[in-house]
Structures are given as structure tokens and as C-alpha cells.
Design a protein around this ligand. Structure first.
Ligand code: AMP
Ligand code: ZN
Length: 430
């Protein structure tokens, strides 16, 4: 099932040709309308006409997070005020937010891509989507909302939090699909367990679109088991519309990245040099259709690789693997490089572990992993807990090469956030 079969199954040559035309147009537009880019081109001695093949994308400058902040609020906008239709922001972790503008065409195009994603994941206009992402400045909820409406689904704009109300909505309106973050999905799973609600018997859920933050296959399985849904990974970033950049099809072996809208490169995060297809590195994206705020070679900081070979679903747009972390996520603990995802993978593979955890770095270089127990393992038997604690510490050591302290806590006691989960608290005095 396709939303736009022609474009979704376009042959490689036609797709390349389309990408090149759109890249050339984008480069011409930013050279004319965005001083930030025209000045960069001038400094590099680059004429827009010099982009003659897709490989020439490498001649273009990168755009970074810092460039977006430095040009806040509207230094990168390519359209006059009367063509600006919507503003979103992305806060990131530090400093000023990044402001992202959409024209009417951008709002429509973003919705079109979401409609493709939803059909690709096997939903139809008969599905009922409960959108549990944060509505507001964040792109996550609104972009999904418009796309699901475009497909013709009933959309329940629930927003995050308030699990009682979420459950009521699911029961009363027979919600079939969810859109949420992995951390809230796990939190909600806990809530259902406490309420002794069996989602398979009492709810109509069948699919969950989960994204906005990194998670592992183990977490996917936990969510699927607890909510009785199939989980589809959904990837996007505000700089490229928000959700709908890449999404899993029903084969669920990587996320198709809509190449008619985005030109993808994988580069070495340290040097910025392109890596051969299949190698793991930083995803770099160039928008090919965005009108209000086109962005060239955006350094996403997200680490992934391209899935080799064709997909059984017949779509020709290449797939990327699950994001394994961000290049700026890496922690250095006692000299070892540690990605929070490695810790999550270990924890979520253990049945005795519950659904939330927190990595705390303190003092000179002390790492403590706080781990919520599952309800079943929270039995008050001390020898049991001591054994579990050392088992977790050993498994973590084998994965990350340093042995953290492990602190077991009762189910539901670690903080949860409404937006993106905060997995690391770093209070080291180094
Ligand atoms: P924002 O622009 O605020 O929506 O944040 C975008 C960032 O969220 C991306 O660059 C990723 O780091 C992260 N992200 C979004 N979706 C996913 C996903 N499915 N898996 C991992 N990380 C994700
Ligand atoms: Zn596919």
C-alpha cells in the first residue's frame, strides 16, 4: 500500500535526476535570498552553476547547529514575511533556541511526507491516532497532526502526560495508533500495568509510531509487549520539517528516508569527510523542497548507516538504521567512550529491570546508573536485589568497559519528562 506509489517507487536514475534538479534549484535560491549562504559561497569562490552532479554536493558548505543559533531569529529565511506561515523552535540542550520557518508549501509538503509514512506503516483513514507528543513550538505533534489529517484519520490531539486521561481517550474513542516518545510509551506501559488494564483485551491499539529520541531494539520489544502494539520507528528533526524524514515500512528493517525531499550523506563526525556506503557515521541532510528555510548539508549529529540492498516493500528510497546516538552524546568516563544507548540496551534486555533509568555522573569521574525495578522483581528480598545489582554492574562493565555503581530504585520513582527524556545528569567536577 502506497500513498504516492510513483514517487515512492521511483527508479534510482529518476530519483537521482530529481534530486539533482532540486539541489540545483535550492542552491540557486539560497545564493539569491540568504546572505549567510551567498557570503559563504563568495568566500569559497563557489558559483551556484558549479553544482552539476550529485557528487558536487560535497563542494557546498556544511550548516551546523551553531549556524542556526547565530542566525536566530530569521537570518536563514529565504522568503519574505508574507510567505511565512508557521514558526517552530527546537531548544536543544544549551543557549538560544533555533527558529524554523515554514511556508504554506512547506506545511503541505511536511504533511504529505507524514501521510506517506503512515500508509507505509500500514495505517489507513479508518485508523484513530492519539497524538501524545507535545503540541506547541516543538514540531513533533503538529507536523504529525497535519499529516494524519491529510490521510484522513481521526486525530486525537491528546498531547503528553495525564495518563488517566490518555487511557480514557483510548477506551472511549477506540484509539488504534499512538504517536509518542519511547520514554512516555514505557511510562504509560507502567501505568497500564498498575491499573491492571490488559491492552490486548481492553484497548484497540495496533500500532505505535515512536520517535523524537533514541531508543534501542530492546526498548521497542518492551513497548510492544506491554502495549500490545507494533512499534514503528519515526525519525525527524525540526531543521528538516520535524517528523516524516525517515520512517519504517512494514518490513521494519530500517527507516526509508524520503530522498526526493532530502539529500543524504554519511560523514565522519570528526573530519566531515564522506564515508563509503554502509559505514556508520554522522547523517548529513540537505533539504530539497523546503521553501521558507532551505538548509544545505545540515550536520544532524545523529549516528547511523545506510541499510544495504533493496527493501521487500518495493520502495526505492534508501533506508537508514536506527540512530545509535548523537556524536555529541558520547560520554567519556574514566577514559572510556560511552554512549547512553549502550547502557539502555543492556538494561532493557533484563526482565528484572523496569522501564526507566538515569545515568548520573558525579565527583571526579563516578558513574552511577539508577535503575527502576520491574514490579515483579520488587519483592523486598535483599539477597535477590544484591544479586541483581551485581549482575547489572557486570553486564554494563562488559558493554562499556567501566564498572558503574548500580542503584536499584522502586518502580515509578525516577523522574519522567513530558518532552524528550533526560537520560544523563552530569555533575562532575573535572
Ligand atoms: P527536534 O529537532 O527537537 O525534533 O530533535 C531532533 C532530534 O531528535 C534528532 O536530531 C535526533 O537526535 C532525535 N530523534 C528524533 N527521532 C529519533 C529517532 N527515531 N531515533 C533517535 N533519535 C531521534
Ligand atoms: Zn520498505
Amino acid at each position: 500500500m502506497f500513498w504516492d506509489e510513483t514517487i515512492e517507487t521511483l527508479g534510482r536514475d529518476s530519483l537521482d535526476k530529481l534530486q539533482l534538479e532540486r539541489l540545483q534549484k535550492t542552491v540557486r535560491r539560497v545564493a539569491r535570498h540568504v546572505p549567510f549562504y551567498s557570503q559563504k559561497f563568495a568566500a569559497m569562490g563557489l558559483k551556484p552553476g558549479a553544482i552539476r552532479s550529485l557528487a558536487d554536493v560535497r563542494r557546498l558548505p556544511f550548516t551546523t547547529n551553531a549556524d542556526l543559533r547565530d542566525n536566530y531569529p530569521d537570518g536563514l529565511v529565504a522568503v519574505p514575511p508574507q510567505k511565512r506561515l508557521r514558526l517552530h523552535t527546537s531548544s536543544g540542550t544549551t543557549g538560544k533556541p533555533k527558529a524554523l520557518f515554514f511556508s504554506r508549501q512547506d506545511v503541505n509538503q511536511a504533511a504529505e511526507l507524514i501521510a506517506r509514512c503512515l500508509v507505509m506503516a500500514g495505517t489507513t483513514s479508518a485508523d484513530i491516532l492519539q497524538n501524545m507528543m507535545t503540541y506547541g513550538l516543538f514540531t513533533g505533534a503538529l507536523v504529525m497532526h497535519y499529516g494524519a489529517e491529510k490521510l484522513g484519520m481521526l486525530v486525537i490531539p491528546a498531547g503528553p502526560g495525564n495518563s488517566e486521561k490518555q487511557l480514557l481517550l483510548m477506551q472511549d474513542f477506540r484509539t488504534t495508533a499512538l504517536h509518542t516518545t519511547p520514554s512516555y510509551a514505557l511510562y504509560f506501559a507502567d501505568f497500564l500495568e498498575k491499573k491492571e488494564v490488559d491492552p490486548r483485551k481492553e484497548l484497540a491499539l495496533r500500532k505505535a509510531f515512536i520517535g523524537a529520541e533514541p531508543y534501542t531494539e530492546e526498548t521497542r520489544r518492551k513497548i510492544e509487549l506491554a502495549l500490545g502494539v507494533e512499534v514503528y520507528n519515526s525519525y525527524g528533526l525540526s531543521e528538516m520539517n520535524g517528523p516524516g524524514v525517515a520512517f519504517e515500512c512494514m518490513a521494519r528493517q530500517g527507516m526509508h528516508l524520503w530522498e526526493d525531499n532530502f539529500l543524504l550523506e554519511i560523514v565522519d563526525p570528526q573530519t566531515g569527510e564522506p564515508l563509503p556506503e554502509g559505514q556508520t557515521g554522522e547523517l548529513v541532510l540537505t533539504s530539497l523542497c523546503r521553501e521558507a528555510m532551505p538548509i544545505l548539508r545540515y550536520r544532524t549529529r545523529d549516528i547511523t548507516s545506510i541499510v544495504p540492498g533493496p527493501c521487500p516493500c518495493g520502495r526505492t528510497h534508501r533506508r537508514i538504521h536506527r540512530i545509535t546516538g548523537r556524536s555529541d552524546d558520547m560520554l567519556i568516563v574514566r577514559g572510556a567512550n560511552v554512549y547512553p544507548q549502550q547502557i539502555e540496551r543492556v538494561l532493557m534486555s533484563l526482565p528484572a529491570v523496569g522501564r526507566n533509568y538515569l545515568i548520573c555522573l558525579e565527583g571526579l569521574d563516578e558513574m552511577t546508573v539508577k535503575v527502576e525495578l520491574s514490579d515483579a522483581s520488587f519483592d523486598g528480598q535483599v539477597d535477590h536485589l544484591v544479586h541483581l545489582q551485581s549482575q547489572i554492574a557486570d553486564k554494563l562493565r562488559a558493554e562499556i568497559m567501566v564498572k558503574p555503581k548500580v542503584e536499584l530504585v522502586a518502580p515509578g520513582t525516577l523522574p519522567i519528562s513530558e518532552g524528550k527524556a533526560k537520560r544523563v545528569v552530569d555533575k562532575r567536577v573535572l
